[in-house]
Unconditional design. Structure first.
Length: 757
């Protein structure tokens, strides 16, 4: 073999006092996985049976993923094909195993990078410890340094390694982390190492501006978690300071191993008495169970409202599980292993990968031109563009509301929404341009009726009330909960529409022009709300024509006429990108504003829509924000390269699976409509009076003709029957017309949410 010596593998459990295990071998090919027949066995369900392979090539090792379920990552990037390893490369198998690759020179020269050395190559493995049912996950502490990344609006980010037990943050030069911004106080905050690992953020009393985390001000102190985004001055994008906490050793906190042990049955549900309790409004009280029968395992859906999905397919009754099967319950994802389950929490936002979106409406007309993009968890994405650019078509296609034309692909956490939409439908919220609420109800009533229809049938009144009040608090509407919606401002009415979708805690949220018709102040407040909701753990995609507050977004998509992608990336970089195409006189006149991009694209002398799309494809931004994140999933032409599967007919996004029985829906909808009618006095009076008045028309006509309509001769029985028949027909006809009025009035609501509202 090209490299002599022994390959060394050290298994480290950071949460245990047991000594590390070491494995030595001299093979030129090493397979790592869960199967007992591989070279290096790692017994955790997050690792596939044959997960990855190390091979000697040209004097050094290369790594290859063997089609694993949870992927292999090198330095945070998903591995596609093979990759040559360098000194101290970090390799992650799924979310549970971290390997640090070092060359043989590590033994005597820890800072040297030696390729093809003739010494043993150690690999250090950090393993997430298994926990019994009900225990908290135990996380490794050795996967890389903790960092704080500081981004001041308009400046490149700065990264600080957190290696000391205490660090000060502020504007003054004597701070450990200096942030030169007028909104940061001289001594603003302090980071203190916690006894159990990680860092605690303490906001000092001298801080003039609050530090926001998940959209809420940090009061006193807060234990930081990997991926936390902190903001100072979060209401003003022009001066906003963003602090991102990264702790690779804590990246698996949403993961735990659930071990059967002596148990043969594991129950999963919302009730605390379950073996695995999942606090989610999408999970039924007793949702599912997994039973061990000999050496086999069977999952059973306990008649849950939102179903159990195995490998994207809904389980009808029960199903025998195979190793590495993926089980999805609400926003929770499980992987079946040997005598255990790996649980992954996806509640902190969802990753969306858009691959080669096209929308052919006829043979000679395509209104989306091969668009690709990546939306990361917790990102706030704004979609803007020229009229006829296909903004709504693009968002509808990404949401699954109106799927794009095959072979276009949209992956949500690696789930193809066009073929497995049912598996993630409850993770998607969609707010159309028109409000999806009844103006006659109070704010609380509107959300409560929606909760009765959307949440599982076994949800108690106390649970429902708690969730409604949580949503009202998120929307800053608690003080207006008893006000009739028609009495609210336009911005507050839009917040209620958003609240209806927030009830089930969707991780992916789409909004179609929610700022339309709002005054500038209200529009700003709504965009700030979207920023806060994204920071709380949602991926938000919003269409807007107003560009005043676009800088609040993480990324912006600019579509040119005909559905061409003219830009995708951070909004500040968009300004610099399009500023190149302004005249020298325009540059001297002042800095470019976002509105000027429309004028630049409208100027035919500077290029047509296809030319703008080609320019973007040739830019560094396209490589950074599209090509690199989608490595291996796109061809050079931008078409999806992942395996195509036949698309099955899918229901519209928002048309949720039935959550309550038809009888309960009838009673809830009847109660809601009665409440609406009692608030609309004119409509109620008109409906009650019209039918009898029209049915008595024959009587009125008889009286006008000068005869007594109630005086019948012995032979007039036929006229009596005709009169009664006409009165009945008139009543049915007028009643039908009244009902059609109600249906038409709720057209937008039913279109947006199907039978669930």
């Amino acid at each position: 073999m090209a490299q002599s010596g022994k390959f060394k593998l050290t298994l480290v459990n950071a949460q245990s006092s047991a000594p590390p295990k070491e494995f030595e071998l001299t093979k030129s090919e090493v397979v790592v996985g869960r199967d007992e027949g591989v070279d290096i066995v790692i017994s955790t369900p997050a690792v596939s049976r044959r997960h990855a392979r190390f091979m000697v090539d040209g004097g050094n090792y290369v790594i290859e993923d063997l089609g694993s379920s949870n992927g292999t990552f090198v330095n945070g990037d998903r591995l596609i094909g093979r990759r040559t390893l360098n000194h101290r490369d970090e390799i992650r198998l799924g979310q549970a195993i971290t390997l640090v690759y070092t060359t043989p020179a590590e033994v005597n020269e820890p800072d040297a990078t030696v390729v093809g050395a003739k010494k043993p190559t150690p690999v250090v493995v950090s393993h997430v410890a298994q926990t019994t049912i009900g225990d908290e996950p135990m996380i490794s502490a050795a996967a890389g340094p903790r960092k704080l990344i500081v981004t001041v609006a308009g400046e490149p980010p700065k990264s600080y390694n957190l290696t000391r037990s205490a660090l000060s943050i502020g504007r003054l030069e004597d701070n450990d982390i200096v942030i030169s911004s007028p909104i940061v106080s001289g001594k603003h905050a302090r980071l203190e190492a916690a006894s159990g690992g990680g860092y605690m953020l303490a906001v000092l009393s001298d801080a003039r501006n609050p530090v926001l985390c998940e959209g809420r001000a940090v009061e006193g102190s807060r234990m930081l978690r990997h991926g936390d985004v902190l903001r100072i001055g979060g209401q003003d994008p022009g001066v906003m300071v963003t602090l991102t906490y990264e702790a690779p050793s804590e990246a698996g906190q949403g993961t735990r191993d659930i071990v059967f042990g002596d148990k043969n049955l594991i129950t999963i549900g919302r009730d605390p008495s379950n073996d695995v309790a999942l606090a989610s409004p999408n999970v039924s009280r007793f949702h599912a169970q997994i039973q061990r029968v000999g050496q086999r395992y069977r999952v059973e859906d306990l008649r849950s409202s939102n179903g159990v999905f195995v490998n994207g397919e809904r389980v009808e009754g029960s199903l025998w599980l195979k190793p590495d099967d993926s089980i999805r319950i609400g926003q929770y994802h499980f992987v079946m292993g040997k005598d255990q389950l790996a649980q992954f929490d996806e509640s902190n936002g969802l990753k969306v990968e858009v691959l080669g979106l096209n929308k052919w409406v006829r043979k000679d007309l395509n209104i989306l031109q091969n668009i690709s993009a990546v939306f990361k968890p917790r990102e706030f994405i704004v979609v803007v563009g020229q009229s006829g650019g296909g903004k709504s078509t693009f968002v509808d296609a990404v949401a699954g509301y109106r799927p794009a034309t095959s072979p276009s692909k949209v992956l949500v956490n690696d789930v193809d929404i066009y073929t497995h939409f049912d598996a993630i439908r409850n993770e998607i919220g969609f707010v159309p341009q028109k409000d999806i609420i009844h103006m006659e109800l109070t704010v609380y009533q509107a959300l409560d009726y929606a909760a009765q229809l959307r949440m599982p049938a076994d949800t108690t009144a106390e649970e429902r009330e708690k969730r409604v009040m949580e949503v009202l608090a998120d929307l800053d509407l608690t003080h207006r909960k008893d006000v009739q919606i028609s009495g609210l401002s336009g911005g507050q009415q839009k917040r209620v529409s958003i609240g209806v979708e927030l009830l089930t805690k969707p991780g992916l949220f789409f909004l179609d022009e929610p700022t339309s018709g709002l005054d500038p102040g209200t529009e700003t407040a709504l965009m700030q709300l979207m920023r806060r909701l994204a920071d709380q753990g949602r991926t938000i995609i919003l269409i807007t024509h107003a560009t005043k507050n676009v800088m609040l977004a993480d990324k912006v998509i600019f579509l040119a006429r005909g559905g061409y992608l003219a830009w995708f990336g951070p909004p500040d970089e968009a300004l610099a990108y399009f500023d190149q195409h302004r005249s020298e006189r325009d540059r001297r006149a002042g800095k470019i504003e976002f509105d000027e991009i429309y004028a630049i694209l409208d100027d035919q002398s500077k290029g047509k829509a296809p030319e703008w799309a080609q320019r973007y494809r040739e830019s560094k931004a396209y490589q950074e924000y599209v090509v690199k994140p989608l490595t291996g999933k796109l061809s050079p032409e931008g078409a999806p390269t992942i395996q195509q599967t036949p698309q099955k007919p899918q229901p519209k996004a928002g048309a949720s699976a039935k959550k309550v029985s038809s009888l309960k829906q009838f009673f809830v909808l009847s109660a809601r409509n009665i409440k609406i009618l009692t608030r609309d006095k004119f409509a109620l009076g008109l409906m009650l009076a019209t039918a009898p008045l029209v049915s008595l028309l024959d009587v009125v006509l008889a009286a006008v003709m000068g005869r007594n309509p109630f005086a019948f001769a012995d032979g007039d029985i036929a006229r009596v029957m005709i009169t009664l028949f006409l009165m009945t027909i008139y009543g049915v006809m007028v009643g039908g017309i009244s009902q059609m009025r109600e249906i038409v009035k709720e057209q937008d609501i039913y279109s947006a949410n199907g039978s669930s509202t």
